[in-house]
Design a protein around this ligand. Structure first.
Ligand code: HEM
Length: 595
């Protein structure tokens, strides 16, 4: 400390960038040069002193008097910082392995200020990975939360395959807590009995082969409706000869929403829908709310890194938005759950026809209504977001690369022909089409990261120390665009996923070169259903219609949002029927639409 104090002549903060065990030290002084100071861990480190005026550190106004008191106060603060730092980092400094590289955190707040100044956070994180030229980055948020970001397949496998058992938990975040009704569910719950129980029920019961098969008529119904809906959109527009503008985002999101409602509640719509097959007010509100939850869950909310703030402030406004969205979803779902429970209790229902029945009738243990309600929100999110986003991007990419669209059409003509509609049984043979979807998962995932995996004990990965409680986030964005893995990574090129004659393309990727369904004990159990929904949606769209950019545009502007990585403008394209008219499912009787 003497070394530092000797240079405390000026009443001005100067930031010292210190590099030793990746810790930062704030000292005060006026000169520039190199100094040796204690690092708080009992070691001496060399520090570079920069002139602080206008620098990154806090600036204290020169008051011209009482300077000694200011100096004394600042010295005191420094001493406290160093002691607290020593306390917090005690166990790190005794570990022979260093933490992964990353920006130097400040005491108490870590890199929170940098994060707030560099929105959106996921772009800042990927920029840091480039600057540090590393596939593994550590960022400290709050006083002690280590965020470990990973963008190489080898490291991803190390975390989620070799050391899977250690990274099984999830963080305690307000967004996750609210959505899961206080951690009653499978996706957002930390490691423990409740997670195990709910995951087991989903995997063994809801997603079992027999239930999947028994629910096929509901999925078929929606696949037919997709054609009917597009035909309706075309028919009501006279402007374009033989074709019409279709909003692919509305189409794809509601296709998934309708299927899931049908599978879960036994009905496609909450309300009556619109005459032309479009979603009604109820479904529009519901799907929008599902996407709002998705946007704010695990969204680097400040109070998650300063839990003591939770009760006092909704610092970045996330809490209000997510609460409203959850309320919107529950407004539609919860009464249906209550009514169904009543029906079983009254004997008005005695056959399991959908997921809700299966959950209500589950025994040993019997599920509480609150568990069912919370789990259903999560399953809706899980099944709507990825497929709809992948199909929107794929159609956009296909329009801009007509050769890709042509090859997909040729495959459908070859495998299915034009005399019947593509069915689920064709999926194993539609390898080029699946390669297109896989390419969309690689290049345009719905979210930059997968949900955080939290370590349940200290460990070492690739020579780096990963402390217990670290939040490991695998970057779907970084892995999918990693130039060491993918040649010409920004090019949409489905051929890279074709595995040769006779070999099936799978949408999952166990080698973690890209993340579609992830892997390990926390990997997605919905691979079959997810693959079916996504492939059938794209297959029906490509078999049934040709797709072009709107008349006044030469191509589709395939640009990401700044705040997330969805397509910036919802995809609107011209669809023209390409099959004989009698191949399209008949229009629904108007009195019955929505039923
Ligand atoms: C194309 C569609 C889908 C994709 C790309 C996808 C992707 C993912 C990903 C990346 C995860 C996180 C895994 C991790 O943390 O390592 C996940 C988790 C999960 N998914 Fe999916 N998913 C899809 C469809 C579905 C469907 C249809 C369901 C079931 C209804 C489902 C249920 C789940 C569940 C329950 C988890 C949480 C697992 C856990 O934390 O233990 N997913 N999914």
């Amino acid at each position: 400390m003497d070394h530092i104090c000797r240079h405390l002549q000026k009443k001005r903060w100067t930031k010292l960038s210190a590099v030793c065990n990746k810790k930062s030290v704030l000292v005060m002084g006026g000169g520039t040069g190199r100094w040796c100071v204690g690092d708080g861990g009992g070691q001496w480190v060399e520090v570079v002193v920069e002139d602080g005026a206008g620098g990154g550190g806090g600036v204290v106004d020169d008051d011209g008097g009482g300077g000694q008191w200011v100096v004394a106060a600042l010295v005191l603060i420094i001493i406290i910082f160093i002691f607290v730092n020593r306390f917090l980092n005690k166990k790190y400094s005794t570990n022979p392995h260093s933490l992964p590289p990353g920006p130097t955190p400040l005491p108490f707040i870590g890199c929170t200020i940098q994060m707030l100044l560099n929105k959106p956070t996921f772009r800042w994180i990927h920029k840091l990975m480039n600057e540090f030229d590393t596939p593994i980055l550590r960022i400290q948020l709050g006083s002690s939360t280590n965020i470990i970001v990973v963008s190489s397949p080898d490291l991803a496998c190390e975390f989620l395959k070799k050391q899977d058992e250690i990274f099984l938990s999830r963080p305690d975040f307000l967004s996750a807590n609210l959505t899961s009704g206080g951690y009653l569910t499978a996706i957002f719950s930390p490691f423990g009995e409740q997670w195990r129980k709910m995951r087991r029920i989903i995997t063994r019961e809801l997603l079992s082969q027999s239930i999947h098969k028994s629910l096929q008529p509901k999925r078929d119904e929606e696949a037919d409706h997709l054609l009917r809906y597009i035909c309706n959109q075309i028919d009501k527009q006279d402007a374009i000869v033989d074709g019409g503008l279709v909003n692919v985002r509305v189409l794809s999101q509601h296709f998934c929403g309708n299927i899931m409602r049908n599978i879960v509640f036994g009905k496609r719509l909450f309300g009556r829908g619109m005459e032309d097959g479009r979603p009604g007010e109820e479904e529009t509100e519901y799907v929008a709310a599902i996407f709002t939850i998705l946007k704010y869950v695990y969204a680097f909310c400040i109070t998650d890194y300063f839990p003591w703030l939770r009760e006092k402030s909704d610092f970045d406004g996330h809490e209000k938005k997510i609460r409203i969205a959850i309320e919107s979803v529950r407004k539609y779902q919860d009464p249906l759950v209550d009514e169904r429970i009543r029906m079983w209790n009254d004997g008005a229902r005695n056959e399991c026809c959908d997921w809700l029945d299966v959950l209500i009738k589950h025994q040993n243990p019997k599920l509480m209504p609150e568990e069912i309600k919370a789990q259903l929100i999560e399953l809706m999110i899980a099944a709507i977001d990825n497929p709809s986003n992948a199909v929107e991007w794929t159609i956009g990419e296909m329009i801009n690369e007509p050769m890709i669209l042509k090859r997909a059409v040729e495959e459908l003509d070859h495998v299915v022909g034009r005399q019947r509609l593509v069915e689920e049984q064709d999926i194993p043979k539609l390898n080029y089409l699946k390669a297109c979807i896989k390419e969309a998962f690689r290049l345009h995932p719905i979210s930059p990261f997968i949900p955080p995996h939290v370590s349940t004990k200290d460990t070492t990965v690739a020579g780096y120390f990963i402390p217990k409680g670290s939040h490991v986030i695998l970057s779907r964005y970084g892995l999918g665009r990693n130039p060491n893995v993918w040649a010409n990574p920004l090019r949409f090129d489905p051929d890279r996923h074709l595995c040769g004659e006779g070999k099936q393309v799978l949408l999952s990727d166990n080698s973690m070169r890209l993340i579609s369904f992830s892997t390990g004990k926390r990997g997605c159990p919905g691979i079959v259903l997810g693959t079916t929904i996504t492939t059938m949606m794209l297959a029906r769209m490509v078999q049934g219609f040709t797709w072009e950019a709107p008349c006044n545009e030469r191509f589709i502007e395939l640009v990401e949002n700044q705040d997330d990585i969805c397509l910036a403008k919802p995809l609107v394209a011209i669809a023209k029927p390409r099959l004989p008219r009698n191949m399209y499912p008949l229009q629904v009787d108007e009195k019955k639409y929505g039923v």
